[in-house]
Design a protein around this ligand. Structure first.
Ligand SMILES: Nc1nc2c([nH]c(=O)n2[C@H]2C[C@H](O)[C@@H](COP(=O)(O)OP(=O)(O)OP(=O)(O)O)O2)c(=O)[nH]1
Length: 138
């Protein structure tokens, strides 16, 4: 019998400002190279998802955020790994994002998202977010 693949938890942030949110481009030579993603990363053992998000955003972008809302987690299996991606809407409370690990950052509107190449696991998150903000005066 084949062993069930390990599913790792990954947290990610939808960081909002002026009706847009921040996306970051993954570097060449890494998994999902050159895809645009929500900033975030793997939850380490013994760490809560929220703590992991604060740590990753400080490391990757040099910012401190306030978490506003958790959206629905997405479980997705790529050909070589599986993950549970847990999204949080956030606001920056200090710092200005600087791409330490990513090759680019962009602030986009939810309608712009179709023009960017996101990982498959992100698609349901973008869809839920679109529904959510279309009901708000965003
Ligand atoms: N941060 C982030 N990661 C995502 C998103 N969508 C998605 O499939 N992922 C995947 C890419 C990575 O494999 C993993 C995030 O882990 P990470 O950013 O800490 O991983 P990494 O590139 O340093 O490590 P690795 O993939 O090379 O093992 O989750 C997303 O929107 N944001």
């Amino acid at each position: 019998m084949k062993a069930r693949p390990h599913i790792g938890d990954v947290v990610c942030a939808i960081i909002e400002r002026n009706g847009r949110f921040l996306i970051a481009r993954r570097p060449e030579g890494k998994t999902l190279a050159l895809k645009w993603e929500f900033p975030g990363g793997k939850v380490e053992s013994g760490e809560s998802p929220r703590d992991a998000l604060h740590r990753e955003l400080a490391e990757e972008l040099g910012i401190v955020v306030e978490i506003l809302q958790r959206l629905s987690p997405v479980v997705y299996s790529y050909s070589d790994f599986s993950l549970r991606l847990i999204p949080y809407r956030c606001l920056i409370v200090s710092g200005e994002p600087v791409p330490v690990e990513h090759t680019a950052l962009e602030w986009i509107s939810v309608d712009d998202a179709v023009f960017y190449d996101f990982p498959e696991a992100d698609i349901p998150i973008l869809e839920e977010y679109r529904m959510l903000v279309s009901g708000e005066s965003f």
